[in-house]
Ligand binder design. Structure first.
Ligand code: C2E
Ligand code: MG
Ligand code: MG
Length: 751
């Protein structure tokens, strides 16, 4: 029901009141309130107030004759502000001119003559309100219509915008969007990305259903894709990965995810899908899978792959008693030398060539793998007897004998091969590999460039070695080692020049164990580092103690043997500084004995340390000189002060001119490089005489003394031992020969 206020304006209060009474009665069944104003001013205020409160004023009934303003003028004024409000003028019949004016100027609705007839009032007011309400209604309907029209227009714009947006998204997508009929899979839509992904225009697909459905799919994957559509219709949504072929033959991997679309009643209307090109991901996955099982450098299978193959062979041999296999463990001899002298790039090429050679020696069913470094393994799958394995071993050794051509260099290679053949007691692949490894060590220690077949004796020896290793470990903890000291004598004066400290192991069961029986194990296991540190410290403490006790010990030199690990893997310089500090020993009283192989194999890694030690006045000596590398070209690169001629030459020097010449050459070489010579293993008078006559400075051997305990060594010091020798025999030396050797050496040192 319409709401609002009806305003009555009259200067006579009684008129107003009676008007209100009558109007209330007339409008009892409606929602209008009656407001009264006794002046124009009040009326305008009232209107403003109601307007402010958003209360509708459909009708104003105004007296014409009022003291301050005429009703017509007031209505005219109101009309300008509130044109929709209907205006009724109360007036006497004499004022009809004013009524006409009011009709024209204030759009007067009616006039009611005063005094009014109640029925007339009722009729007029009701009609006025009905007319007003009708106008309002019309207006509202009109407004609603306008709104609806504009809303619809807006929606259309939005729809068009969203379609355009969707289309631009579909056009710019990298992925293929497709839509097809559910029954015949006829394409309804394909976005432009399809052209790039499939390598052909989208129009070709829209023209031929079978092209997209089948022909572009890789023949091996067509069945999979057909099954995918079947399952898709059954399950509602599904994904599949398959390959397609580009017109140029290129293969790409796609991932297709599709969904069945239903209408509101659940009927299938079409299938929508999205296709991603996953070629890069697939290739990366394939590469990862390959890398996980292959060696980067050679592309051969790696340890994992190899162990899987051995495991398969092992299982087969357990179920099929006729099936036998063999594992070959191959370690290159002296690969380190290639790597260190020619550089890693060359070493890599070398390994790649070896990998090819090995592969060429095998059948397709065999597996050759690289375990790492210079270690390769081979699985011979299905052999008839051990002869099959040794034949391959021979073939590999022969193949390796042929020189490898690396750039302008010819390199010779050889390998040590261990062979283990399948046997019922093997439970795990790594047991077979372990035994092949043991056999390889046997081949290596047997002289390299050969193969060895694993047998149970080797196993027993390996166990014994393991036992020794464990014993060594606990011996280190319990300090079960002791040092012996062997005098080194000045051959010119016969005076004691120093001692070489030689370690012994006081084994609770085996008694005194000699270094040859445990040093190599200590080296292989790395225990040598800790043992060597103890030997160094103990030797220096001992000499420092003797120096405090015996005047004669002041200038003695203690010689300590060093293992390669100690130089490579520890900060030896720091350790020695620390030991010299704590013992107060002078660097010149310490001599370190290194073997040739340590020097040659680690030139770059240790040269810095050696130079530092030399700067601390510590002397460096090459032990067992002559037994290792016949190449002398490295000698001048090291700050070495002493060459210690190996016992073997001293031993064979007598009556063998060749060995005599070797000793003489070494002596000459040493002297020309400013080095001293020590002869080790002097046992006889003759040997001594000869060495004296050759001008060797120092000697050591059972002739003077066995290695002795610290206690015995101390008593030598109190007795101020000297080994005077009566050189009656002289060796006649051919002067021409000496000149020849000097020239040779000059050539060498100059180069
Ligand atoms: P090496 O450094 O060449 O030591 C000399 C070896 O020759 C010693 O054997 C010594 O007893 C022996 N010998 C000395 N004079 C004669 C002789 O006139 N005739 C004969 N037949 N032999 C003689 P040992 O003490 O058994 O040591 C063997 C090797 O063990 C040493 O050879 C050395 O390479 C190593 N070694 C000993 N102690 C240590 C150590 O503390 N650390 C390291 N890394 N190696 C050590
Ligand atoms: Mg030595
Ligand atoms: Mg030696």
């Amino acid at each position: 029901m319409h709401k609002g206020a009806i305003i009555c304006v009259d200067d006579e209060r009684s008129v107003l009141l009676s008007l209100r009474d009558q109007l209330n009665r007339i409008l009892a069944d409606s929602n209008y309130s009656i407001e009264l104003a006794e002046s124009a001013e009040e009326a305008l205020e009232l209107l403003a107030e109601l307007n402010g409160e958003a209360i509708d004023v459909p009708l104003i009934i105004c007296d014409h004759l009022m003291p301050d303003i005429e009703g017509v003028d007031l209505l005219k004024h109101i009309h300008q502000i509130y044109p929709d409000t209907l205006k009724i003028l109360l007036t006497g019949l004499a004022d009809l001119d004013d009524v006409v004016r009011a009709v024209n100027e204030a759009n007067l609705y009616r006039y009611i003559p005063k005094p009014w007839d109640q029925a007339d009032l009722k009729l007029t007011v009701r009609e006025a309100l009905r007319s007003y309400e009708r106008d309002c209604l019309l207006e509202e309907q009109n407004r609603n219509l306008q709104r609806e029209i504009s809303e619809r227009r807006q929606a259309e714009i939005l729809l068009r915008e969203s379609e355009a947006r969707l289309e631009s998204i579909l056009n710019s997508l990298e992925d293929v969007i497709w839509s097809a009929t559910a029954d015949s899979l006829e394409l309804l839509y394909l976005n432009p990305a399809a052209a790039r992904v499939y390598g052909r225009p989208t129009s070709e697909f829209l023209a031929s259903t079978s092209l997209w459905q089948n022909d572009v799919v890789h023949p091996e994957d067509r069945g999979r894709r057909r099954n995918f559509f079947k399952a898709l219709l059954a399950e509602g949504h599904k994904g599949v990965e398959y390959r397609i072929l580009h017109p140029n033959g290129e293969v790409r991997w796609l991932s297709d995810r599709a969904r069945v679309i239903h209408d509101d009643y659940g009927n299938v209307i079409r299938i929508d899908g999205i296709i991603y090109d996953i070629t890069d991901r697939r290739r990366a996955e394939e590469k990862l899978a390959f890398d996980a099982l292959h060696d980067d450098l050679t592309g051969l299978p790696n340890r994992n792959f190899f162990m899987q193959r051995v495991e398969q062979s092992l299982q087969l041999s357990q179920t099929d008693s006729d099936y036998e296999f063999a594992v070959l463990f191959i370690d290159l001899d002296r690969f380190k030398l290639v790597n260190d002298s020619l550089g890693h790039a060359c070493g890599d090429q070398f390994l790649i060539s070896i990998a090819k050679k090995l592969s060429n020696c095998l059948r397709a069913s065999d597996t050759v793998a690289r375990l790492g470094g210079d270690e390769f393994t081979i699985l011979l799958d299905g052999i008839f007897s051990i002869a099959d394995a040794t034949r391959i071993g021979d073939r590999i050794l022969t193949a390796l004998e042929k020189p490898l051509q690396l750039g302008d260099r010819s390199l010779f290679s050889s390998a040590s091969i261990g062979i283990a053949v399948s046997a019922p007691h093997y439970n795990q692949a790594n047991e077979v590999l372990r035994d092949a490894d043991i056999a390889m060590y046997r081949a290596k220690s047997g002289g390299k460039g050969r193969y060895a077949i694993f047998d149970q004796d080797m196993h027993a020896e390996t166990l014994a070695l393991l036992q020794t290793e464990n014993d060594l470990r606990s011996a280190l903890e319990q300090k079960l080692f002791t040092l012996y000291y062997q005098p080194i004598v000045n051959l010119k004066t016969g005076a004691l020049a120093g001692f070489e400290s030689l370690v012994r192991w006081q084994h609770p069961q085996r008694g005194l164990v000699m270094p040859n029986d445990f040093i190599s194990i200590a080296e292989d296991t790395g225990l040598i580092v800790e043992l060597g540190e103890w030997v160094l410290r103990e030797s220096c403490h001992q000499l420092s103690y003797w120096q405090q006790q015996h005047e004669t010990a002041k200038d003695l030199i203690i010689s300590v043997n060093l293992a390669g690990h100690q130089l490579k893997e520890t900060n030896l310089a720091d350790l020695i500084d620390e030991i010299l500090d704590e013992t107060g020993l002078d660097g010149r009283n310490l001599k370190l004995e290194l073997t040739e192989s340590i020097l040659v194999e680690n030139i770059d890694a240790i040269i810095g340390t050696l130079t530092y030690l030399r700067g601390r006045n510590i002397q460096l000596s090459i032990d067992d000189f002559g037994t290792g590398y016949s190449s002398l070209s490295y000698l001048h690169r090291f700050p070495v002060s002493t060459l210690k001629i190996d016992r073997a030459f001293i031993d064979m020097m007598m009556g063998d001119t060749e060995n005599f010449e070797i000793v003489r050459t070494i002596r000459t070489l040493a002297h020309s490089l400013g080095m001293q010579v020590v002869a080790e293993g002097i046992e006889t008078d003759e040997q001594l005489s000869m060495l004296v006559s050759l001008g060797c400075e120092l000697g050591q051997g059972f002739y003077f003394s066995q290695p002795v305990t610290a206690y015995e060594a101390a008593s030598m010091l109190t007795r101020t031992m000297d080994w005077q020798h009566n050189h009656t025999e002289t060796i006649v030396v051919d002067q021409k020969e000496i000149m020849r050797q000097r020239n040779l050496l000059k050539d060498f040192t100059a180069s």
